[in-house]
Design a binder for this molecule. Structure first.
Ligand code: MG
Length: 283
């Protein structure tokens, strides 16, 4: 096979390519050259930043990226009895009333209380403790509805917010596919849990959260980010991770100055999630 000459300057006096014969003998040459040229052009064009492109201080994954691997499932075993609050704990909910809670506008909390638990009442709004807290150890027990309704983020969604700002997600993640950074026990939008330790719908589950609040300097700029360690049903799911800022939907916003103590809040996401036996130890 004759070598194919690629020069386009090697023209004769009549202006016609001397390689015309070669091109005629190799009918795929033109197409080959076009593809080669296209490849060179594409290689030189800077990559467009797509949905998966953003990389920030905490993750190579874009927020809510469905391609982010789901954590492995671990069976935590059956639910035990409610954890007895230690003697130095502040009991936030003892199963009897919502006297320590209010809605976001300071009005009485309107969630249902019966049989030792409280239940989200859709559109009653999220509720929060009347008292503020900073760094703490927080124990919360919750159960997603027995009747499975909806999918992904629409199934058993609620949330536990530290300082009204940093959410540990409550969701029915038992056989329910959603984005990894939004499943049960995720630090919403930032960290998927290390494992999926969800119990079936209707069964009581526990969160034990160690939270170190962010510190701000004299100019109200972030000086030390918040950190969290979380156990879901007794299993470690976050090991002293650093939060990039407030948790949010679709964005990872930067820190915004706030007070040293703010309420713990529970989210009304429209699903009748139940809570019981909530206590806190200040750190
Ligand atoms: Mg939520």
């Amino acid at each position: 096979m004759k070598p194919i000459r690629l020069s386009i300057r090697n023209t004769g006096r009549d202006g016609r390519s001397k390689d015309r014969g070669a091109a005629m003998k190799h009918p795929h040459l033109k197409a080959y050259l076009c593809l080669l040229l296209a490849g060179v052009v594409l290689a030189c064009v800077p990559g467009k930043k797509g949905k998966e492109a953003p990389v920030d201080s905490i993750s190579q994954w874009a927020i809510h990226d469905m391609a982010r691997p789901a954590p492995p499932v671990v069976d935590p075993g059956p639910a035990g009895l409610p954890a007895v609050p230690p003697s130095d704990a502040i009991v936030l909910f003892n199963g009897r009333d919502l006297s320590g809670w209010e809605d976001g506008k300071g009005r009485p909390a309107k969630w249902k209380v019966e049989d030792g638990y409280m239940e989200v009442v859709a559109k009653a709004g999220s509720i929060q403790t009347k008292r503020g807290f900073g760094s703490c150890q927080l124990h919360v027990e919750w159960a997603s509805p027995v009747e499975v309704k909806g999918e992904s983020q629409g199934r058993g969604n609620s949330g536990v917010f530290l300082m009204n700002t940093y959410e540990v997600q409550v969701l029915d993640s038992y056989d329910n596919i959603t984005y990894a950074d939004g499943q049960a026990a995720s630090i919403y939008g930032q960290y998927p849990p290390l494992v999926n330790a969800c119990r079936p719908p209707g069964e009581w589950q526990t969160f034990d959260i160690v939270f170190h609040r962010p510190l701000f300097d004299g100019e109200k700029k972030i000086a030390r980010p918040a950190r969290m360690t979380v156990f879901h049903n007794g299993i470690l799911v976050h090991d002293n991770v650093e939060l990039s800022g407030p948790t949010s939907h679709k964005i990872r916003p930067p820190y915004v100055y706030h007070e040293d103590r703010l309420p713990v809040s529970l989210q009304d996401h429209g699903n009748p999630v139940r809570f019981r036996n909530i206590w806190i130890r200040e750190l």
